[in-house]
Design a protein around this ligand. Structure first.
Ligand code: ZEM
Length: 290
């Protein structure tokens, strides 16, 4: 340049320590805001990261976490995204404190942090997502419909590029959180510890007796014994279908295997459609209490 670079603006290049600082801020806010739901924003943050990513279509290369297009209507108004405003709003103060991070990278970091802080496995994280405008919003209908069975579940997840084992590993996230009548119409948690990641989802699918709940709401299952837990028709797909069920049995028997496979598959989910370069680095964050 003409002036030898003296007046070139300094571009801030965030490093591992900068992303770890964002992680720590999210983890701290998770602890502080234990008034939400079952005591944690963790599950809804995981759901935000999943719905940002799960719009991916491998044929067209559209959708996925790159872009954070759920900030805009129509995507923010899609029925599947009801309630995720809570997760997006939770992360706003973090974005204000660390304005250099894109919303797309931040939402995924929110999912990574929540999984680790809810006692899940380490989730390796690669930044590199850039925000896009509303013209990149995906059409409605790309996320799974809870009222359907194995065929639909396969159609949706094959479109993203997952195989049967990976689909079952991803579904273990339903150990976390709950359904809310005001969001999906369904109601209740899948496990007795909805703010701790375990393989309980698989254990309960196999070990409890499930019956249709008798109520005015959409068709869902309840456990016969306590009537406090739920399964969606789409959850039942994983034991109705023989191929899926084999993997459910593996994860029910081995939490370490579930953690290993869950970590690998959620990294794949979170990176769908992200235009990484050869130089992009992977970070493994320390938990807040490490
Ligand atoms: Zn979910 N999910 N999901 N999911 N999900 C809900 C809640 C949560 C399906 C589904 O219809 C629903 C995956 C796969 C599938 C989470 C994570 C992941 C709810 C309730 C529904 C209806 C929403 C509400 O009412 O607030 C279906 C049909 C799926 C595939 C077959 C995958 C994959 C996930 C992550 C990897 C999480 C964490 C929640 C809990 C959210 C919360 O607010 O507690």
């Amino acid at each position: 340049t003409q002036n030898g670079g003296a007046f070139e603006p300094k571009v801030f290049k965030p490093e591992f320590k900068d992303y770890q600082a964002v992680y720590n801020e999210i983890a701290k806010l998770l602890q502080e805001h234990d008034e939400y739901d079952d005591g944690s924003y963790g599950p809804v943050l995981v759901r935000l990261a999943w719905h940002a990513s799960g719009t991916y279509d491998k044929e067209s290369g559209t959708g996925g976490s790159n872009g954070a297009t759920m900030r805009f209507a129509p995507e923010s108004q899609h029925g599947a995204n009801a309630g995720l405003i809570n997760a997006r709003n939770f992360l706003e103060p973090v974005k204000a404190k660390f304005p250099w991070i894109s919303y797309s990278d931040l939402w995924i970091l929110g999912g990574v942090c929540s999984i680790q802080e809810m006692m899940g496995p380490k989730i390796p994280y690669r930044p590199g997502r850039a925000d896009r405008d509303m013209s990149s919003c995906t059409p409605d209908g790309r996320l799974p419909d809870a009222s359907q069975g194995p065929r639909h579940v396969r159609d949706i997840f094959y479109r993203m590029g997952f195989n049967d084992q990976e689909i079952v590993a991803l579904a273990g996230a339903h150990a976390l959180g709950r359904c809310h009548t005001q969001n999906s119409g369904f109601e209740g948690p899948w496990t007795f510890s909805p703010t701790v990641l375990t393989n309980d989802y698989y254990k309960l699918l196999l070990g409890s007796k499930w019956q249709w709940r008798k109520w005015d709401g959409p068709k869902q299952y309840e456990d016969k014994e306590t009537k406090t837990l739920m399964m969606l028709p789409a959850d039942m797909a994983f034991i109705e279908d023989k191929e899926f069920k084999k993997t459910v049995e593996k994860y029910a028997a081995d939490n370490d295997l579930f953690f290993k496979d869950f970590s690998a598959v959620i990294v794949k989910l979170f990176e769908l459609g992200v235009p990484y370069t050869d130089k992009s680095e992977t970070f493994v964050f320390k938990n807040l209490d490490e």
